[in-house]
Write a protein that binds this ligand. Sequence first.
Ligand SMILES: *Cc1c(COP(=O)(O)O)cnc(C)c1O
Length: 386
Amino acid sequence: MKGEPYLFLPGPTPVPERVARAMNRPMINHRGEEFKGILEDVIAGIKQIYRTNANLLIYPASGTGGLEAAVVNFISPGDKVLAISIGVFGDRFANIAKTFGAEVEKMDFPWGTGADPQKIKERLDQDRNHEIKAVLITQNETSTGAYNDVKSVREAMGDHPALLMVDAVSGLAAIDLRMDEWKLDVVISGSQKAFMIPPGLSFMAFSDRACQVYQSNTNAKFYWDLAEGLKYQQKGQTPFTPPISLYYGLHEALRIMAEEGLDNVIARHTAYRNLVRASVSAMGLKLLTEDRYASSAVTSVIAPPEIGANPIRKYMLDQFNIILAGGQQSLDNVVFRIGHLGYIRELDLLAVLAALEITLVHFDFPLEMGAGLKIAQKAILNMHQQ
Ligand SMILES: *Cc1c(COP(=O)(O)O)cnc(C)c1O
């Protein structure tokens, strides 16, 4: 029996039944009292996940819309921007800034690793006249499964006045992030990753320092203009018609996260990462990232070259209805990616790992069936005995 797909993508992620039911309700007036209550609740709930008291706007857009909103509100044409990239999404943030007229200096680090804060410090130390107006960075690089130590990067910036703008779309609520404590200026995230709701919403929080920069911003903007967003938010509204169903879902998802507790949500993602990495390694497969850079949201597994990553994905889809992500660009057919963020339960992990073992044996990979699964079962037992 096939049934629903097992979704192990690093977004979109599975939607809990509670969230799906919450979304299946009649439309209401988006300029009425009931919507106002929902908006206030969800803004407060998202701020808790950001660990911030800063301003926060919700946009009806996928994560990339949030990145564009950040660029047009805080970067002016001609501004010099240092864009740190460790993969596809770091490149995307840099490209958006370039598209809107920034003078972008890329700082690339090898795919599968995180950025070296010392190198960023050295570059900013050279910028004595403070020409660099913003540093762009990805918290969790979804394309490789490596994450950046955003806290250390912020510390490395020292007194340099550039804004630190963080793409936390796939990392927030999976990997620790403390916007206020770490003094992050702009943090963007999205609905379809650890927030457990369908694609279509992005969130942008911004510090007082960023608000100052906005005052003199000269980029063209209409839909993304934060002043409009804030003006309407005071009335309990959004400037334009919001995707009301997604707000229902967000409301419920934030309740689920609050019930579990944010620290527990983060700890769960960390435990899943460790479980998946140990299990896959015990099968004799190699991982793309070293432990110190390893993401709690998604794991990139290097496929045996004689098999290739895409045939493994195809077999798992055809035989088990399991959906894994492929490698992007140079990693195509080299790695497959197992997403373990959002609404993934521990026994879901056993399903994907068991199916992976069956698949490897099918392709004559030398593996004693159960070798990796056993490690995962022991890890789960440990989690329950703590
Ligand atoms: C998913 C994701 C985005 C946004 O992609 P969309 O397809 O626009 O939702 C941005 N950055 C990262 C790191 C992501 O994982």
